[in-house]
Structure formats: structure tokens, C-alpha cells
Design a protein around this ligand. Sequence first.
Ligand SMILES: [Zn+2]
Ligand SMILES: [Zn+2]
Length: 1020
Amino acid sequence: MEASILDFWSQNQIFEKSVANRNGAPRWSFYEGPPTANGMPGTHHIEARVFKDLFPRFQTMKGKQVIRKAGWDCHGLPVEIAVEKELGFTGKADIEKFGVAEFNEKCRESVQRHVGEFTNMTKRMGFWVDFDEAYWTMSPAYIESVWWSLAQIWKKGLLVQDHRVAPYCPRCGTGLSDHELAQGYETIKDPSVFVRFKATSGKLAELEASLLVWTTTPWTLVANTAVAVNPKVEYQVIEITNEDLTERLVVAADLASVLGEDRKVLATFKGSELEHTKYTRPFDFIEIENAHYVVLADYVTVEDGTGLVHQSPAFGADDLEVCRKYNLPVVNPIEPDGHFKKEVALVGGVFFKEADKALIKDLKSRNLMFKSSQFEHSYPHCWRCHTALMYYAQPSWYIKTTSIKKDLLRENSKTDWHPETIKTGRFGDWLNNNIDWAVSRNRYWGTPLPIWRCENKHEICVSSLSELGELAGKELSKLDPHRPFVDDIKFKCKDCSSIMERTPEVIDCWYDSGAMPFAQWGYPHQVNSEKEFKAAYPADFICEAIDQTRGWFYTLMTIGTLVFDKSSYKTVLCLGHILDKDGRKMSKHLGNVLEPIPLMNQHGADAVRWYMLAAGSPWSARRVGHDAISDVVRKTLLTYWNTISFFTLYANAADFRVSSLPKDLTLMDHWILSELNKLIKGVDDALESFDSQGAGALLAAFIDDLSNWYVRRSRRRFWDGDVAALATLHECLVTLTQLLAPMVPFISEHVWQELVKVADPSAAASVHLTDFPIADTSLINLDLNAQVAMTRRVVELGRSARAESAIKIRQPLQRALISANGWSTLPSEMKEQIADELNVIDLADIADADGDLVDISVKANFKSLGAKFGKEVQDIAKAISATDATDLVKGLRKSGSAKVGTWEIDLADLVVTEVPKSGWMVASHDGESVALDLALTPELIEAGNVREVIRFIQERRKSDGFEISDRISVRWNAEQSVVAAINSAQAHISEEVLALEFVRDETLATSENDLGIEVVLAKA
Ligand SMILES: [Zn+2]
Ligand SMILES: [Zn+2]
């Protein structure tokens, strides 16, 4: 069915029409977060797409124009690493040997490889988005637009090169940004070492003390340059003795316990008094001149360690800042590939993380290790290649986002986040702790940084190919702006006439995707781009999974604020992650991956969509499994489908013609129309506030009301071809189909074609080209809705009492007693429905009964009484237990309050327990109860048997394949004991089963069932 709907949409260009029909209407802007198509799409890709489809479809039906441009993210480390893997490369040297042009060609091929699969999945699930006009972040027009934005930032002085210590991936050979860092934490074991640095000058030397230094990165000790103390903290020289060794160590007073219990304080110093104390460094493998003394730094804390912090300025941002103040040299013994320089003793050529072992062993052998252990902690790794990162001093280009922090916080405060907690939590925290964006990458496949420099550091940031052409004095509009071609463009500096060359870096690919609001139109270079961009900025709505708070959501808002002083989106949905049915991540390794297309082929795209949108909170992690999907489908979509089939069957039988609603509506008709109009308003409000789960719950409840109450209670009217019932149901189904359309576009389209289009050729060609229904509030009757809801609740209670009693529903009972608020004013029609549903002859209010059906016992509700009467509670409890429980509860149920002793109490002050007396079955919930009288008289048993016979013949009608309106003749036989009862009910039975003839045939063998009933049916 879904395949033919897809064909229908594409042949009739329904998506295109749905957009074109709204020409001139207000724009509702949506931005597509671009995927990278170098891998196969997964089920998690369906999740966000379901939401990205729902709201644009809804807003289109509401009269807005929603242009939906697809996009592809093409650049960056993820692509480069995948290609390196394919080619068996281990690092940048291999790429250089292979050739940058050839390598980038492979990257270009890689990101187009699975575009087909992504497109197929997207189309299969019914996500309407324009692939023909898709933007590609690697296209020259896109890159030019990114260049333009970088030039804007550069002109503001916010794009600068700086020598800083920043997260760095030694395998990829490039620095990373803070948001990339945040995406790659992994738990690992690291050493924790306490090392003695012997003091060699000042008071500490006189005391023969050693500085005790704690570190979790022993490899940085090779480059130790200084030891920092906090000038305001108190430090102690402490003498301790361990296994015959007596020694003196310096630690912060607050952390002295690291030395054990048995310790003697010899001297106390303020940190400031220790400045310039010299010491012997732990390793003297490399030359570091004029160094190795105590420096002061306010950032040193006494939270953990020893209060003395070893400084290696090449590997720590704080260290670099402190050492710069003291004019200490920055010496780096590690190559950009993460390995110690060959000439370094002991660890030359060793990868930094692997050097710890040898260094610890050496410290131990020289008796410099005070203690060492292992500990588990969360350490940053490369988000793409999983190599442990290092903090590494190197020149990088930064966007000074810290200087617009205030503006970012302002824009965030105006943003509508779903769930709301992200705004001040995860995202707000992120902005509050903002650091500058390290935007350059020492890599190959990315948007080249458009900055040219001469040897005198004159700089120009180029904003288009035509500007570059003017500078270079040649036609460059057809230049591929990627490396290595763009690197060949050189020109004379206008200030000093020396040659300007491009700075070699490319940019963070997250900048590319964050630039899509303008770059997707090629703004400002392309024809019409200004109009297109301005009409769609900022987006009314974007949606991705929650990990994007540190990815796309961040870069979108930041670039928008940097370039236009305005965030690029108003509303953002952060979805939870997709897990397998047991709550585990889906991975090839675990073999629990659900492939998207087979999943949709098995259940239907609508089923998967409905599950994602309506079952469970979109903000939490979602478990996806076959059973869970089938379950929600059975409950709702299948019920909707069956109701449609039911209508079609009876409408055809009655030759029903669609017309406006007739005047002679019943109470049931009024009720379902009231619920329908309430539903329209509810779904509209929910979807306007991006609450798909809320809309789904309302729709599911209505489908249940419609099928399991309205239709079921009106069967006889449909049977009779009642026009009011058929017209009412038709109205409900058409409107319901429109309300469902944005969520489940396939089934709703199918129904539209079969139910509406067939009957009315002038109707819209597709449900998706219709306007969203508008509620007629004059038809909403909340009192009536409440009465039917109560009726349904009482029926449910009665059914559970029936089930408990194990007496079949077909066996009539004499009476039921009901306790429910509002019972006395319930219309008699509804009371009759209850009696019929429960197969009970008389219904009465429990308050009017003799009180002989249940044993009532009561206890004081201390919580409620305590709040009212305080200390008197015990006395009241005594008084309550002395009162007749039955009278007390009856009185309270009648008048609402009663006196116990001198205290006035109400029902809430009691814990009431009702146990049915024998012969009665009681079911209660939330203050409502139903009691069934289980006594069976011969007459009741006889009536039960007649119902059994009717049911038996009805089932046989079905299995023999009679049409619903066929009249039949019946020959029957049964056990002698029930023959008289059947004969006496012959007229009633005949009427129920549409029999024109009903004759006993004693030659028929009786059957195995309770009554021995057997029948032979024939068309009359
Ligand atoms: Zn890496
Ligand atoms: Zn110059």
C-alpha cells in the first residue's frame, strides 16, 4: 500500500504542489541538518526525519509555505579518516605521499557514495524534502559563502591566529575545537604518581626537604619546567618515617594527610614565601634553560593532589600562561605525531601515552617515587579516530567566541528549547563555560581557510573567488576552491610587495554545517540568494538528536550571532538517542542493528513514524524493537483502519451518499461530534507547541472512543442503514484522517483516496493538499463528554467484576449497584447502555441499596486528619473505630461530611475497605464502584442459554460466508433440556440472526458444546 502511495505522490507531484499552493502565504522556515553520506543510513536517521517531516506537513496544512531543502555535509575529519582507513593509511605522511589532489578526490567520491541509500530511506519513510535543490557543503558556491562569513568575522577582529595549548589529536595531526573535545570522552585507566623534587635553594634546602608533586600524566614530567604553588595557601614541611627511611616533604597543609597518620610538622610557609626555590627536576633528558624553580599561580587548588603542581607549558593551557609570566622557555620534546623526539633518552620514539611505564620504572629505581597507583577517569579522545588526545601548544586560528558570550546568552534566552531543561542546563552551561573556537585544522579535505599572508605578516581574508581573481590578476571563477589548487594561488602584498601565500589550514567541518542558513543559498554571491536567505532566516524550527547541543545547535547559533547578531533558529527539538529493545546502543558488534528499510518494509513506514512520534517521550532515549512497534500499531492504527473498513462495508450496503449532517442526531452522535471538535483543537494546540506525543495521545483516545464506543454501541443503527449514524461516522473519519495526515501520511492518503476522493471528485487530490480542520467549538459539550467518559468507566469496572466472578458475559444477571459521582443525573440512555454492556437487568444507585452487599470497614487516614486536627488525631481514630462503619460511610457518601464525636470529618479522612459479601462481586477504582449480584435464577439461566444460541448462529453465519444483510433459514437441534427455552425465544432469536425460518430438526446430531446446539443455515 505504501509503495503505491509513494508512486501516487511522485506521479502527481503532491509534495511540489503542497509547497506551490502556498505561494504568497507566510513562510514557515525549516533547516535540514545535513548528514554525511559516506556511511550507510541507520534507524537513528529515521528518528529525527520523522519530526522534521511532521511539523512542516502540519504547518503546510495550516496555511504556511514550508520550503524544505535537503543538504549534504561533505568535509572534515570523519570523511578523511574513513578514506585513510580504506587506503590503509596510518597518518598524514601517507596522504602527502599519495598526493593531496588524489586524496581529496577519494574524499569527494566517498561522500557521494551512499547518497542513493540516504535518498531511498528518506523517500521510503515519506519525509518530504527537496533533493533536487540540495546543498552540498563542498560545492564552490557553498565554500564561497563560508569564505564570505569568515571574512565578516575576520573584519571584526574575531578571527585570529594564536599560539595556545589546545586539544590535539596526534594521529590526525590536528588541533580540535572545544565542542569536538566534548564529544569524545572515554573512560580509561591512568597512573597517579607522587614524585619527590629535591629542593636545592633557600629554607627548604636548609631543611633538606623535597617538594611532593602529584600528576596523572607522568609523560609530561620529561618537559618539567617549574612547580607552581598558590601564594595564599599554607604549605608545611613534614617529617615522616616509613620503613627506616626518614624524610621531609613539602605539601599544602590541607592535603597533609597524603603523607599518612604519623607525621611531624617542622615548618610552615605561605606559598608566596616559596617563590624561586630551586629544585632538581625528575628527568634531565632535554635542555631547558633558566628553569626549575617554584612559581606562584592562583589557579592551584587544594582539592586534590599535594597543592604543588608540576608545570610543562607545552602541554597545559594554565602552565603556558604561568610560565609566560616568568619568561620561562616553552620546550616541547614531542613530535606532532605524538611520539617523543628520537634523541630523547629512555623514551625517544615512544608514543606519549606509552611512555608512562618506562618513566615510572625509572623514577622508582632512583627512589624519586613517593607512591604510585592506577585510577579510572574520563579522558578526552579524538571523536573520530578514538586516539587519546593531548593538550599541545601550537599555532592555531581561533574565533573569539568568548567576546560574544553575552550575545550568545541573549540569543539562547530567546530560543524555544524542547525539552525546556536544555536551555539553562546542557546548552546554557555550555555557553556559560564558552571558550574560543579553535577553527583551523592542519588537514586536507575541508573548506580552506581563505587567509593569505606575506612574510611581514600582512594578512587578507578573501570573501569570494572573484575577489581572489582580482588579487591574483587572473580569471578564477571556475577554480576548485579546495586544496591543493587554492594553495597555488599567490599574489603580491599591497603593503610590502612581498608574496602572499595562503595559510595552509582548512576549517572545522562543524563551521560548514553551522553556515548552512546562508551558504545553502550561496549568499551573498548567487542570484536571488539575498531574497531566499532573508525570507528563511531565522528558522522557525530545527530538530536533531541531543548530541548536537555541542555540535550543530552550537555552531548554528554561534555563526548566526557572529555574522548577523541573531541566532539562526527560534525553536529547536533535541531528541533522545535510539537504543535496541533491551536499552543497549545499536552496533554491528552486538548484532542488534535494525536496518531502516527492512524495518519499514516489515511494519510500514507509518507504524515506525507513529512509534517515534507518539509512543513515549521524544526527549528520552528510545528503545526500538519489533514487538514495541507492533503493539502501538495494533492499538491505534489498526483500530482506525478497521473502523474505516466497517464504515465502507455498511455505507455500501446502505448505498449511503455523503451529505451534510442530518438534523435528527442522537445523543451518541452529539457526543462523538463533541469529542471530534475537542480533538481538533487539542491536536492543533499540541502540534503548534511541537508536542507530538500529546497529539498522539489525543488521537489514540479518540480512535478508541470512536471504535470501541460510538461504533460498537451504534451497530444496530449501521445495520439498519441509519443515515444520521453513517453521516456522523463519515464526518468523524474524514476529519480524523486529516488530523492524522502529518503524522502518518501513507494510511491517511490511502483513506482519503478510498473514502473521500471516490465519493467526491471535487475533493482535494491529496489529503496533504487540504487545510487543517478547524474546530466548531459550538459543538463541544464538555458535560456530555464527561457523562460518556463516566459511562465507559463504569462499564470497565463492571467488566472487571464480571471477569473476577468467572460468570460469562452472555449470562444475564439480575442487578448491579453503582457508586459514582454524577450517577443520579446520568441520562437514562447511558444507563441502558451500561445495563446492556454488562448484561444486567436492573441498575441502581449503591446509596439506595440495603447496605447488604459489602462488609465495610474503616480506619483513620492519619495523614489527612493530622493536617486538620493535629494532636487530636489519636482521639479521633478511637472515635472512628467505635462508630458503625457502614452507617458512617453511607452517611458520608450521601452528604459529604459527618460527625464523629465532636469532630466533623469527610470521606478523605477515612481509609475505606469494602469486601463483597458472598453472592456479590465488587470492583472499585478512584471512588467509583460497581457491585454485581451473582445470584442466578432458572429464568436468568434460560436467558443466558438463548444468548449462547444467538452467538452460535451469528458465528456460523460468518464462517459460512453469508453477507451481512442476507436473510437465512435455520434448521437446528440441541440437548433436550434447553429445547423448551429455545422454542419459547424463537421470535427473538430469528430477529437477531435475520432468520425467516427457524425449525428444529431432530435428525441433526447434537454437538459437543454446553448446550449441544448444532445448526444448518441456508440462504432464504
Ligand atoms: Zn584523531
Ligand atoms: Zn606584506
